[in-house]
Design a protein around this ligand. Structure first.
Ligand SMILES: Nc1nc2c(ncn2[C@@H]2O[C@H](COP(=O)(O)OP(=O)(O)O)[C@@H](O)[C@H]2O)c(=O)[nH]1
Ligand SMILES: *[C@@H]1O[C@H](CO)[C@@H](O)[C@H](O)[C@H]1NC(C)=O
Ligand SMILES: *[C@@H]1O[C@H](CO)[C@@H](O)[C@H](O)[C@H]1NC(C)=O
Ligand SMILES: *[C@@H]1O[C@H](CO)[C@@H](O)[C@H](O)[C@H]1NC(C)=O
Ligand SMILES: *[C@@H]1O[C@H](CO)[C@@H](O)[C@H](O)[C@H]1NC(C)=O
Ligand SMILES: *[C@@H]1O[C@H](CO)[C@@H](O)[C@H](O)[C@H]1NC(C)=O
Ligand SMILES: [Mg+2]
Length: 564
């Protein structure tokens, strides 16, 4: 249910050959015990899938492609949209003043991506520029940083006057799968913007290897000598210095005389009711002057920020189109390092660039046994054929002369396993398509199991999320943060392969997402004002339950024409 918490398999053999029955049973029971009460309490049904199955996906967009000498050519657009300088800064999202050679992807992404139909609001752009100023003034080793750090070293309490120092921070702690990390950094950054804090990112093992610095004048990486760093791994739901536990144990004094110099915010999937009070305005106010907030989360918690009366007006100004939050913040923050950019661009040019259409299929299987699974393969075929993402093959004929209008489609598959790709590729090699279209199927890697601490593994994972985001039509797997990153960066509303239950292909096999936004998997169900439980997916029109997880929350646009 919370895929990322499944124990990471530590050897290839454990995953593929000697899967332990006992472990499987325990995991199955654990899933069962967590899932049943949640489902019973919520009794939330899927929205009628037929309504979005009917929607088309032939969004009119300009396809920009790079010619061999590096100038941009537009395929279907008018001549003026081919001007590269036009979208180099992503509609103003990106700041000038970065050194270009140190991060080629930052300004080259517009050579590989379609121009986004979603424009960042001018208010968002001005907020980003003022955030960059704040970061320059307060980032690592600035005078203000040094001063605020001293407060941390002086001890737990301080007077309110000195607490009012100019710089306050939110420290993101490295945690969980790479997809989750990307979603939570974006969430923490938005929280930082809303609260005038500076975001500092715990580099963990991979952040500096995967992502360029996003801010022009100072690093976003938390210095290694940060005093609390050795405690990061120990922070968990039971930590006595978490805000939730301090509340629960009445340790936070209500007198405004003293404040702790830091608080640990436990916002991971296993957080408790007291931790969830983070999302209530009165609690936000109570720690608004604490200079250091240390945050550990594996969840995209942005949808719940939209339910806060104090954040909502600002959020709507920043994102008049509510479903574009991750799309814009993701494109602003996450630029592949040159090493990863090499993986992306070589693959794109070799296999994807020349096709008339690019189709991404992201297969993430949350089954206990190693795959490939027949019910998953059946589901991939049922979805892509029924929704006409891919053409049928004619198994009777051996040769169909391609009609003049036939096209070449490149299918980019990503999966930890090899079998689904092998199967699909073979189908389109052994048989002609009834349309005469030629289908090429490609998969960059099959890493077999999650290897979070391995450099080359993480680079491939990031490159593949990014490559998926460069496709024209996307099919993703339910519950997968890996797929959420791809859809959000790409500005794509994917076909979601619904989560199979009981080793059975779901019917329908997939449905069209309402929104390109990620799903918040573990939202609170609490009405802060009334202090009672509430169905938070039913309070405002733009925060709804997710298609792929009935208790999750996601942002949707409320305008009737929903820009499809
Ligand atoms: N290269 C590659 N790695 C994958 C793929 N699917 C899962 N992984 C690995 O498993 C991790 C899964 O964690 P996460 O990114 O949070 O995605 P999620 O578990 O699907 O939500 C990824 O970060 C990768 O390390 C895939 O299709 N390709
Ligand atoms: C690059 O290619 C384009 C079109 O293919 C052409 O118009 C342009 O003159 C070329 N520029 C250089 C510098 O070769
Ligand atoms: C792009 O447009 C700008 C102004 O709109 C113009 O100055 C520049 O020459 C154009 N560049 C190309 C490559 O067409
Ligand atoms: C915002 O969404 C509306 C409809 O949902 C659309 O017409 C409009 O073009 C979008 N605006 C931007 C800037 O993306
Ligand atoms: C902040 O402290 C570091 C040493 O911890 C020092 O190297 C740096 O120069 C200081 N910054 C300023 C602006 O004084
Ligand atoms: C799961 O599938 C098996 C047969 O495939 C069936 O006997 C069983 O009742 C199913 N269980 C549930 C909970 O649907
Ligand atoms: Mg994940």
């Amino acid at each position: 249910m919370f895929p990322d918490q499944r124990p990471v398999r530590s050897s290839r053999f454990a995953a593929t050959k000697f899967g332990s029955k006992t472990m499987s049973l325990i995991k199955f029971l654990a899933l069962f015990i967590i899932a049943i009460p949640l489902l019973m309490i919520l009794r939330l049904t899927f929205p009628n899938p037929s309504s979005y199955l009917k929607m088309g996906f032939d969004q009119e967009r300009t396809l920009n492609r790079m010619s061999h000498n590096g100038t941009l050519i537009a395929e279907h657009g008018s001549a003026d949209s081919s001007n590269m300088s036009k979208d180099k800064f992503l509609g103003g999202l990106l700041a000038h003043g970065h050194h270009e050679g140190s991060c080629l992807s930052r300004y080259q992404s517009s050579l590989y991506r379609k121009t986004s139909p979603y424009k960042p609001s001018s208010y968002l752009i001005s907020k980003l520029r003022s955030y960059e100023e704040l970061h320059k003034r307060c980032g690592p080793y600035t005078e203000s940083y040094n001063r605020t750090l001293k407060q941390l070293q002086l001890g737990q309490t301080q007077s309110i006057s000195s607490a009012n120092s100019e710089c306050k921070y939110v420290v993101w702690v490295s945690f969980s799968g790479l997809g989750n990390k990307i979603l939570t950094i974006a969430s923490a950054f938005l929280y930082a913007i809303l609260t005038n804090r500076v975001l500092l990112v715990d580099p963990g093992k991979e952040i500096h290897d995967l992502f360029c610095e996003p801010f022009p004048d100072n690093s976003w990486l938390l210095p290694n000598n940060f005093p609390l760093k050795s405690k990061f791994d120990l922070y968990e739901q039971k930590s006595p210095d978490s805000y939730g536990n301090m509340l629960k144990n009445n340790i936070l004094s209500t007198s405004s005389e003293s404040l702790p110099s830091f608080l640990y915010l436990h916002l991971a999937h296993d957080y408790k009711d007291h931790d969830k009070l983070f999302f209530c305005d009165q609690h936000q106010k109570s720690f608004s002057e604490v200079p250091w907030l240390i945050m550990k989360t594996d969840n995209y918690f942005v949808p719940s920020l939209f339910l806060s009366p104090s954040f909502e007006p600002e959020l709507i100004r920043l994102f008049p189109n509510k479903s574009t939050v991750f799309h814009h913040l993701g494109r602003y923050l996450f630029h592949p390092t040159n090493h990863v950019w090499g993986l992306i661009t070589r693959y794109y040019k070799a296999y994807l660039e020349k096709a008339d259409e690019r189709i991404g299929i992201q297969i993430r299987v949350f089954e206990i046994e190693a795959g490939p699974h027949k019910h998953v393969m059946d589901q991939i075929l049922a979805c892509t054929l029924q929704q006409k993402v891919l053409p049928e093959v004619d198994k009777q004929k051996t040769f169909i002369p391609p009609p003049r209008t036939s096209s070449t489609k490149a299918v980019l598959m990503t999966s930890l396993s090899f079998g689904y790709f092998d199967n699909l590729r073979t189908i389109y090699w052994e048989h002609p398509t009834i349309t005469g279209d030629v289908i090429g199927v490609y998969q960059p890697s099959h890493e077999e199991y999650q290897q979070t601490d391995k450099k080359s593994h993480n680079r491939k994972a990031w490159a593949e999320m990014y490559l998926l985001s460069l496709t024209d039509v996307l099919v993703t797997s339910a519950w997968s943060t890996f797929g959420y990153v791809a859809q959000g960066l790409g500005g794509l509303k994917p076909w979601i392969l619904y989560k199979p239950e009981n080793h059975t292909t779901p019917n329908p096999a997939c449905g069209r997402a309402k929104s390109m936004e990620p799903c918040f998997h573990a939202p609170p169900f609490y009405d802060c004002k009334r202090k009672t439980g509430a169905d938070t997916g039913n309070l405002v029109p733009h925060v709804r339950h997710c298609e792929d997880m009935s208790w999750g929350l996601t942002l949707v646009d409320t305008d009737s024409n929903n820009d499809l």
